[in-house]
Design a protein around this ligand. Structure first.
Ligand code: DQA
Length: 173
C-alpha cells in the first residue's frame, strides 16, 4: 500500500492534495509535538533535519497570523500531559489539531483515545518517512482516525498540514 521509500503524503477519501474545495477552514488550531521533538535541530538530523522546533513553530504562527486564525503550539515529553492538552482543546473549542505524536505514534492507546474522545479532526504529521524505517514505525495508533497523514517531507509537513487546516471544511466528530 505504501512505497518502500520516498515521501508519503495522503489524505483520506478522494483528496490527494491540499487543494481542497472552497470551505470555511479551521479558525482555532492546535499543533501538538510529542516526545523528543524539543530536540529537533540536534537530534538524528539525517531523519529529522536541522530545523529547530522553535523555528518550525515560528513559521506556523506567522502563517496563522497571515491567515487570521488562532494557532497554539505545544510540546511535551509526557504522555499524560499530552492527553491533558488534548482534553483541554475541546473546552477551548479548538477546531483542528496537527499532531506529531513522535514515539507515541507507535505505542499510545491513551493518546489515540483522547483524540477520539474530543472528536476534533486532526492530521498526523511525521518529519521522517515512517514507512521507510524500522518496521515498528509502520504501525500507528492514529492513522485510521486521522483526516490524513503526512510523512517523509521533513519540517515542511507541518506547513502543508496547516495549509490543509486553513481550508478544511469537515465538522467535529
Ligand atoms: C517521528 C517518527 C517517529 O517514529 C519517531 O519516534 C519520532 C519522530 C517523525 O516525525 O518522523 O520521534 O514522529
Amino acid at each position: 500500500m505504501f512505497p518502500e521509500s520516498g515521501p508519503v503524503w495522503m489524505f483520506r477519501g478522494s483528496e490527494t492534495s491540499v487543494t481542497a474545495p472552497k470551505m470555511p477552514g479551521a479558525k482555532n488550531i492546535l499543533v501538538i509535538h510529542g516526545p523528543n521533538l524539543n530536540l529537533l535541530g540536534a537530534r538524528e538530523t539525517r531523519h529529522y533535519g536541522r530545523d529547530t522546533l522553535k523555528a518550525i513553530d515560528l513559521r506556523l504562527k506567522r502563517r496563522a497570523k497571515e491567515g487570521g486564525v488562532r494557532l497554539e503550539t505545544y510540546q511535551s515529553n509526557s504522555e499524560s500531559e499530552l492527553v491533558d492538552r488534548i482534553q483541554r482543546a475541546r473546552r477551548e473549542a479548538v477546531d483542528f489539531i496537527i499532531i506529531n505524536p513522535a514515539a507515541y505514534t507507535h505505542t499510545s492507546v491513551a493518546l489515540r483515545d483522547a483524540l477520539a474522545a474530543v472528536g476534533i479532526p486532526f492530521v498526523e504529521v511525521h518529519l521522517s518517512n515512517v514507512f521507510a524505517r524500522e518496521s515498528f514505525r509502520r504501525e500507528s495508533y492514529f492513522t485510521d482516525i486521522a483526516v490524513g497523514i503526512i510523512s517523509g517531507l521533513g519540517a515542511k509537513a507541518y506547513e502543508l498540514a496547516l495549509e490543509f487546516a486553513l481550508q478544511y471544511s469537515g465538522k467535529r466528530g
